[in-house]
Design a protein around this ligand. Structure first.
Ligand SMILES: Nc1ncnc2c1ncn2[C@@H]1O[C@H](COP(=O)(O)OP(=O)(O)OP(=O)(O)O)[C@@H](O)[C@H]1O
Ligand SMILES: [Mg+2]
Length: 339
């Protein structure tokens, strides 16, 4: 990565974002040697007060250039000549972190959102179980943005663990590096949980930045957006490459799922059917009714409700049949071979 910035506040912000992402950057203030790194760096970050001098060099056009700084006039004047995207400071600090994480070439974990096609169908439980099984294999993160959900840390029995919860993360300004040291971790799952208390309006920017950071340090990121349709829930499903919709059995389950898919704009939705094969509607009929493909099935497990009350995480408190189904979904989501 190339950073074009003279010593000063903007350079400090850029370099601490670079350090937070554990990246290495070549920093140039003197532009004589800029042509080579300009050509070769994967990402270029330019401080606003260096933009004019850089443009004067008439360098070839290239992608992944970010113009960063507090001066709106400089940013808007030089973004086109540099073909640069603009990151205003201080409010764009979190974006800067996610931009750097994106450009780092580090492996990026898939992001899966689990949404209930109707209320209480077991979406949060499935989200937690997926994260847990992924956490057993390597490492996973579970992010709860459901303002009405009561906190997914309860489901994992993690409500007593130390660590940051949304109010603190939501207020976090600036870049985010490796969050693992700050979050409660249960069975290999880093948990970002909605704290119980007054409903919070999760600002869009911290959510994107937090998910970007989690993707860089885990092998799977599972989101539990809830069904409220809040801005945070919408942003969560937008950030998810895979959108699982858990469908209750029967005609009403399919009808609710269809509406949920429409209202929350789940254009990548893949359906998971609750209940046994042969119970409820056949899979092809559900797919047709909802207008989305069926990815798999999830059996009923009457022990799950009690396990949740005891604070026993679903992957431990469930029967083998439920776990096997979740493991099968996980294989499909992570592209692993069955076995
Ligand atoms: N496969 C299952 N079989 C039987 N009970 C289940 C199953 N999955 C979850 N449950 C139980 O159903 C209840 C609701 O589960 P959960 O909170 O996961 O649903 P949800 O879809 O997230 O609900 P909400 O709409 O409130 O977000 C809990 O008591 C849970 O233990
Ligand atoms: Mg839920």
């Amino acid at each position: 990565m190339l950073v074009v910035a003279a010593p000063g506040e903007t350079q400090d912000v850029i370099l601490s974002a670079v350090a937070a992402q554990d990246l290495e950057a070549e920093v140039l203030a003197d532009l004589d040697g800029v042509a080579g790194p300009w050509r070769e760096a994967a990402t270029v970050v330019v401080a606003d007060d260096q933009a004019e001098r850089l443009v004067a060099r008439a360098l070839p056009h290239r992608g992944s250039v970010y113009l960063v700084g507090p001066d709106r006039d400089e940013l808007s004047t030089w973004s086109a000549p540099l073909s640069a995207q603009v990151i205003p400071l201080p409010e764009g600090g979190a974006w800067l972190g996610s931009v750097l994480a994106d450009g780092s070439g580090r492996a990026r974990a898939p992001v899966v959102a689990v949404v209930g096609g109707s209320g209480g169908v077991g979406a949060s439980t499935l989200a937690a179980a997926l994260a847990q099984l992924a956490g057993e294999r390597s490492s996973a993160a579970l992010v709860d943005t459901d303002a009405l959900g009561g906190g997914i840390d309860l489901l994992l029995g993690a409500e007593q663990s130390d660590g940051w919860r949304w109010p603190r993360l939501n207020a976090a300004e600036g870049h985010l590096g490796d969050l693992r040291g700050y979050l409660p971790v249960v069975d290999g799952v880093s948990v970002v949980a909605m704290a119980r208390g007054p409903a919070l309006d999760l600002a869009r920017e911290p959510l994107a930045a937090i998910v970007a950071s989690l993707r860089a340090w885990h092998t799977l990121v599972v989101l539990d957006p809830g069904r409220s349709g809040s801005a945070a829930a919408r942003e969560a499903v937008r950030l998810a490459g895979r959108q699982l919709v858990l469908v209750a059995p029967g005609v009403r389950g399919a009808a609710s799922a269809r509406q949920t898919v429409g209202v929350l704009d789940l254009d990548r939705a893949e359906l998971v059917l609750r209940g046994r094969r042969g119970g409820g509607l056949p899979a092809d009929l559900v797919a047709e009714a909802v207008g989305r493909p069926v990815l798999g099935r999830l059996p009923d497990d009457p022990g799950l409700a009690d396990a949740a009350e005891r604070g026993e995480p679903p992957a431990r408190g469930s029967r083998r049949r439920y776990r096997r189904a979740v493991a099968g979904l996980l294989d499909t989501l992570t592209g692993a071979a069955h076995g």
